[in-house]
Design a protein around this ligand. Structure first.
Ligand code: DP6
Length: 400
């Protein structure tokens, strides 16, 4: 048992990110180096976040980790890679003679507890927020101040993009050792205040194939993926950066949809093929295109990751009408009052013209609920001692 004095604990939070130029495929499985650069939007932690406490003590006899209250295997290779990497950076720092070296703590074992403020069952990717939060909390507790891209990336590639708020690019880099494969902020969270993000949580019938295994098969078998990485993504990264910088929603939205579609096309080009989209996902795609056609411009844009949930981007003044359109196409089944979560949304009627333009047979319950959120900041350190998920004994507090 650790005595209160000998334990150093840090609690941090980190955001989920959603890619608008997708990462799919590694050139180095071990170092988690991608075959193309990617660009994402960091979502606000008021709606979606991971909270992680990392505690070190000379009294701990082994590294241990609890996820959502349950102890997990700390020997998992990706977790081990993160721990090795952070300890390497900490050693480097203290041997470089920087102030306040922590030579003792380097040999200390760590206890980690992590929780999400959103249900894992919703099928929302949590590994990015989880590993970004882990990297950030470990860095604070071991006194590491260098770039954390590598630590987070070794956990999950997309996690390095959750180390920053706003709009973030992960530069693929060229070096074999991955030192130049890093995340960088393109624009801060305050840059585009009108931008809104709606997560349409779709009922998943089956557990989709994980990203790691999926992209590995794609790299081995899809000629389209190679073409995408070499000949399509470089120009798209430049174009997406421009759209973000100029707050060009039409350009941003169109490119977001095209890149999501191309990613899913590479999944279909994988052999055996992978399909992440469900019938409801495809209905959402049609709904978005009909909504935009009705308005004669790109007012909403979808993107899908390795699962059937849609993430929809729009501007604040379009949210009420689009949500009314979603309600019309996917009438909520029993939970009408819980259909909208997150940022408050003003109710709006659906005009007869739009209803006619959508031209759909409603699918009750197709969308389980909507989480409304916006662009948000990067990881935070919580100063409040009560926020710790681990007690003075280094074990999860009962509520954690
Ligand atoms: C479709 O980062 O989950 O969400 O590096 O193997 O852990 P690993 O994969 P992961 O892949 C994310 C893929 C994606 C697109 C994206 O986020 O860029």
């Amino acid at each position: 048992m650790a005595s209160e004095k000998s334990l150093v604990a840090v609690t941090c939070t980190a955001p989920v990110n959603i890619a608008v130029i997708k990462y799919w495929g590694k050139r180095d499985e071990d170092l988690v180096l991608p075959i193309n650069s990617s660009l994402s939007v960091t979502l606000h932690q008021d709606q979606l976040k991971t909270t992680t406490t990392a505690a070190i003590s000379k009294d701990f006899t082994e590294d241990r980790i609890w996820l959502n209250g349950r102890e997990e295997d700390v020997g998992q290779p990706r977790l081990q890679a993160c721990l090795r990497e952070i300890r390497r950076l900490a050693r480097k720092r203290s041997s470089a003679g920087e102030e306040d070296p922590l030579p003792l703590s380097l040999s200390y074992k760590v206890h980690i507890a992590s929780v999400n403020n959103f249900p894992t069952a919703a099928g929302l990717a949590s590994s990015a927020a989880g590993y970004a939060c882990l990297a950030y909390a470990l860095a604070r507790v071991y006194g590491v101040e260098s770039d954390l891209s590598e630590v987070a990336r070794r956990g999950s590639g997309s996690a390095c993009r959750s180390l920053y708020g706003g709009f973030v690019e992960w530069q693929m880099g060229e070096r074999a050792d991955g030192k130049d494969s890093i995340a960088r902020q393109v624009a801060p969270e305050s840059h585009w205040p009108e931008l809104r993000v709606l997560i349409l949580v779709v009922s998943a019938e089956k557990k989709p194939m994980g990203s790691t295994a999926g992209m590995q098969t794609s790299v081995e078998t899809s000629p389209l993926l190679r073409f995408r990485a070499e000949s399509v993504v470089p120009a798209r990264m430049a174009e997406m950066t421009r759209c973000v910088q100029e707050r060009d929603f039409q350009g941003f939205g169109q490119l977001t949809m095209k890149d999501s579609n191309q990613f899913h096309a590479t999944c279909l080009d994988t052999f055996p093929p992978i399909s992440y989209l469900s019938d409801t996902s495809r209905r959402i795609v049609h709904l978005v295109h009909r909504f935009n056609a009705h308005h004669g411009q790109t007012k909403v844009a979808y993107t899908f990751d390795a699962g059937p949930n849609a993430v929809v981007f729009t501007l604040d003044d379009t949210v009420p009408e689009f949500v009314a359109a979603v309600r019309h196409c996917f009438p909520p089944e029993s939970n009408g009052d819980k259909f909208l979560k997150g940022l408050p949304i003003r109710p709006a009627p659906l005009s007869d013209e739009l209803r006619a333009a959508l031209d759909v047979d409603p699918t009750p319950g197709g969308v389980k609920y909507i989480i409304a959120t916006q662009v948000g900041p990067g990881p935070q350190t919580l100063d409040d001692q009560h926020a710790h998920l681990l007690g003075p004994d280094g074990l999860p507090k009962p509520a954690a």
